[in-house]
Design a protein around this ligand. Structure first.
Ligand SMILES: CC(C)(COP(=O)(O)OP(=O)(O)OC[C@H]1O[C@@H](n2cnc3c(N)ncnc32)[C@H](O)[C@@H]1OP(=O)(O)O)[C@@H](O)C(=O)NCCC(=O)NCCS
Length: 167
């Protein structure tokens, strides 16, 4: 199976109303597609080695959103005793605004309710309006604002939190 994403030659998905994806564990052969999506979205993208290191770390989990063999998005998070910290959630620009990000988050939220982990935490730069809108719509709330100290950045970073319903 070819898991490298060739975004120019996929089947005729453009006209679909919804865009159902399967959300599954990230495996090594997904990495070319994952790195490609990362590069398409960020000025300072993670490299393959960064993802590999993350996959080898005990509490770090990678998920991908795939349709047939095409990987169109991914999510990386770290599990802690009572919460999950999302490091990254990314959808290839070509597939954004088609509910792929929402489907990945829904999968995570559904899973956490059974694990007695009741909070999801993540950080978003203030200039990343699409992500702020996305997380607000999902029910995240800003719980802290701090200065970005990474990559020479000089902008505020919003720490956002989602409370998972206890079951
Ligand atoms: C943030 C991100 C993951 C959202 O994924 P997505 O699949 O495009 O999101 P969805 O289609 O599920 O959007 C759900 C809702 O969020 C809001 N939203 C998403 N993108 C938005 C945008 N660019 N502008 C305004 N609202 C937006 C909308 O309300 C949207 O519903 P609608 O399309 O019916 O109006 C995606 O924009 C992305 O990959 N961005 C680049 C990487 C990034 O910044 N990641 C977050 C930081 S870790």
């Amino acid at each position: 199976m070819n898991t490298t994403t060739h975004f120019n030659i996929e089947p005729s998905w453009q006209a679909a109303d919804g865009f159902p994806v399967s959300v599954r564990w990230m495996v090594r052969r997904d990495l070319p597609a994952v790195v490609g999506i990362e590069q398409a979205c960020f000025e300072f993208p993670w490299q393959k080695e960064d993802f590999l290191g993350c996959m080898q770390s005990r509490n770090c989990i990678g998920m991908v959103a795939a349709r047939e063999e095409w990987v169109v998005g991914f999510m990386i998070y770290e599990t802690k005793k009572r919460q999950v910290d999302i490091s990254s959630i990314v959808v290839h620009p070509r597939y954004q605004r088609r509910s792929v990000g929402s489907q990945m988050m829904r999968k995570l939220i559904d899973k956490l309710a059974n694990q007695k982990r009741y909070r999801i935490i993540l950080q978003v730069r203030e200039s990343n309006l699409p992500a702020l809108c996305f997380f607000r719509l999902l029910g995240f709330r800003v719980r802290r604002i701090s200065k970005n100290c990474h990559e020479g950045g000089d902008e505020d970073v919003y720490e956002m939190e989602y409370s998972v319903a206890k079951i």
